[in-house]
Design a protein around this ligand. Structure first.
Ligand code: KIV
Length: 269
């Protein structure tokens, strides 16, 4: 997978499957799946480190997760997320963050929003780094949104999102994440653009989908946004497995002869 394949998949109406990945063991599993690309996102601050929002992510956090993921995956396109404010100070500082993410193995970076980022996006792309945009609910701006998760509501807000998407395409982004907007607006944007859109909480009219791995596996029983489909109850499965282990240790069932060294199971061993 490379940036041309993103475009090709949209043109051929093949859905792009993107998923987040933050560590070595899940990277080894994702390497064997049909996902097309892997996002080392700033949601790692929440699902891996327990912070309340993505505001707490920093470049070294994303760098560390990319390094771990790269050890387990070498057959997927990797997108590294530019964390909160890492691209809003100065161009040299932003480029230092871009460099760090690319040098540890990202194939592209993602950043949120458009206004005020135009020159930076142009510069990053002109420097040979593909950029994925991110519009709609942009979690790094959580403190600006208040309680309103779904974005682009009403004529003016939806027009602004459409305009923003067009600007990102014109700047040279190879794809755009659309988060928590109505299905119809996401489809309108997808139809207007040549580049693909990748939705999360944006319905089925986008060119692809992205979910946080821990969310789709059902790691947190308390996290149940409308857009999330849980494909597993990993919380329950892990809890049951660990409790089974505890009870086996308590009752002396584990370790048994089969799992012990230097103990003959029967005469033939
Ligand atoms: O960090 C993340 O998980 C993301 C996705 C929501 C697209 O940016």
């Amino acid at each position: 997978m490379n940036i041309n394949d993103f475009l090709k998949m949209k043109q051929e109406a093949k859905p792009i499957k993107m998923i987040t990945c933050y560590d070595y063991w899940s990277a080894k599993i994702l390497a064997k799946t049909n996902v097309d690309c892997v996002l080392i996102g700033d949601s790692s601050a929440m699902v891996m480190h327990g912070f309340d929002s993505t505001v707490s992510a920093d470049t070294s956090m994303i760098e560390t997760h990319i390094k771990a993921v790269k050890k387990g995956i070498n057959n997927k396109f990797i997108i590294g997320d530019m964390p909160f404010l890492s691209y809003r100070k100065t161009l040299p500082l932003a480029m230092e963050s871009v460099e760090k993410l690319m040098k540890v193995g990202a194939h592209s970076i993602k950043l949120e929003g458009v206004f005020g980022n135009e020159d930076l996006i142009k510069h990053i792309i002109a420097s040979g780094v593909p950029v994925m945009g991110h519009l709609g609910f942009t979690p790094q701006s959580i403190n600006m949104f208040g309680n309103s998760i779904v974005q682009g509501k009403g004529e003016q807000a939806s027009q602004q999102l459409i305009e923003s998407a067009k600007i990102l395409e014109d700047l040279g982004c190879f794809a755009i994440v659309l988060e928590c907007i109505s299905s119809s607006l996401a489809k309108t944007i997808t139809d207007i653009l040549s580049i693909p859109t990748i939705g999360i909480g944006a319905g089925s009219g986008t060119s692809g989908q992205v979910l946080v791995l821990q969310d789709l596996l059902g790691a947190d029983p308390d996290f149940n946004p409308k857009f999330l489909k849980k494909y597993l109850n990993i919380h329950g499965l892990i809890k049951d497995a660990v409790n089974q282990y505890c009870s086996d240790v308590d009752s002396g069932i584990f370790p048994d002869v089969a799992h012990s060294y230097g103990v003959k199971q029967n005469a033939s061993n």
